[in-house]
Design a protein around this ligand. Structure first.
Ligand SMILES: [Zn+2]
Length: 365
């Protein structure tokens, strides 16, 4: 038991805090009077024998001190001191003193911060397109950098931006005129150097996304004022995330076409005759989804409903247009939704999410 007691000659222990002081304690152990007579023998012999005796004496004193600490319900001794004393009659002793304390391991608070925020607005023109804001640092020193997609055929040296952060409460935080410099100017995906962030650690924890509006940018040709208004991404964060994972970090829209025009994954709307997107160069045939059924408009219709029974009606209205391989799984989603709704309350969101997932997993292969 006493072995678990920590001893320090200092005032505390690194990584621990003292919770309670239990009082001053002292112990002693005596060497017999023959200790001194031993010194009279040969030097090497004496020291070896006496060292062993001394060690034993010290050990005894220490054990006594530990017992006292234990009695006081302490788990550590700080300020340990040991002194040798000679007593009348020629005997010799060791005295140990210290303070019995209760210590506890400090909880190490991990204050490192790392956050990656997708940018939820974009340009359809050849303007450096911010795609991700990365925040790094510790509680007291927070930096951020931006990743951009550059569709231009020239290097981007820096961008001036307005940043609009949104947190989980849908509150907005606007930071204007933030400059990012690109040390390794490049084309395609470029990353800025870190700059100091004015956001607090608490604010950062709650952030969910960011809009980045480029007001000016610098290329080797000079400063270009950017008058374009960016377009907002029109899908949930989760869907944006999965789209980016499958189609690249600059992807902000699903491919769609009405025969006259087609919307590229980069968000640019191209004329039907164009095989390649004029902004990002994606080929239409590569990004065309296999399922021709426009499930997104069916899901939009479902969102307007309240209960699974109504959502099922929407599905039944479209069932004939839907590829046969989807029909059974869709009906199963509806049936289980109806069942759960009887006992667990409204299942609308969960049912729609499952329908979405079914089509997405297939069309985004
Ligand atoms: Zn494109």
């Amino acid at each position: 038991m006493a072995d678990n007691i920590l001893i320090s000659t200092g005032s505390g222990f690194e990584g621990y805090e003292i919770l309670d002081y239990k009082g001053f304690i002292s112990s002693q152990a005596l060497l017999g009077s023959n200790f001194l007579s031993g010194i009279a023998s040969t030097v090497s012999d004496v020291s070896e024998k006496d060292m062993a005796k001394l060690e034993k004496c010290r050990e005894t004193a220490a054990q006594r001190l530990l017992k006292l600490a234990e009695k006081k319900e302490a788990n550590a001794i700080v300020g340990l001191k040991m002194t040798y004393t000679s007593l009348d009659g020629g005997s010799f002793g060791v005295v140990m003193t210290g303070n019995a304390v209760v210590i506890k391991k400090k909880i190490v608070v991990d204050n490192s911060i790392h956050k990656e925020l997708y940018v939820t607005n974009y340009y359809t023109g050849q303007i450096p397109r911010p795609v991700k804001v990365i925040i790094d640092g510790t509680k007291d020193d927070i930096d951020m950098k931006v990743q951009c997609y550059n569709y231009n055929n020239e290097e981007i040296l820096s961008i001036r931006t307005d940043l609009e952060f949104t947190n989980l409460y849908d509150e907005r935080l606007l930071v204007k005129n933030v400059d990012f410099a690109f040390e390794k100017a490049n084309i395609s995906l470029i990353e800025s150097s870190y700059i100091q962030s004015q956001l607090s650690a608490n604010d950062i924890q709650l952030l969910k996304d960011v809009k980045v509006t480029v007001t000016k940018y610098v290329t080797p040709r000079g400063i270009i004022v950017c008058g374009d208004t960016p377009v907002n991404v029109d899908m949930s964060y989760k869907r944006l995330q999965s789209l980016k994972a499958k189609r690249g970090i600059d992807a902000v829209a699903r491919y769609r076409t009405d025969g006259m025009i087609w919307t590229c994954n980069c968000g640019h709307v191209n004329e039907a005759g164009l095989e390649e997107c004029i902004i990002c160069g994606r080929k239409q045939k590569d990004i065309m989804v296999k399922a021709s059924f426009d499930y997104e408009s069916m899901i939009a219709e479902m969102r307007e409903k309240e209960y699974v029974i109504e959502i099922k009606d929407v599905l039944m209205g479209h069932l004939k247009e839907i590829d046969t391989k989807y029909r059974m799984p869709l009906l199963e989603i509806m049936e289980s939704g109806l069942q759960y709704e009887k006992t667990r309350g409204n299942m609308k969101d969960s049912v729609i999410e499952k329908v979405e997932k079914l089509f997405e997993e297939d069309s985004e292969e």
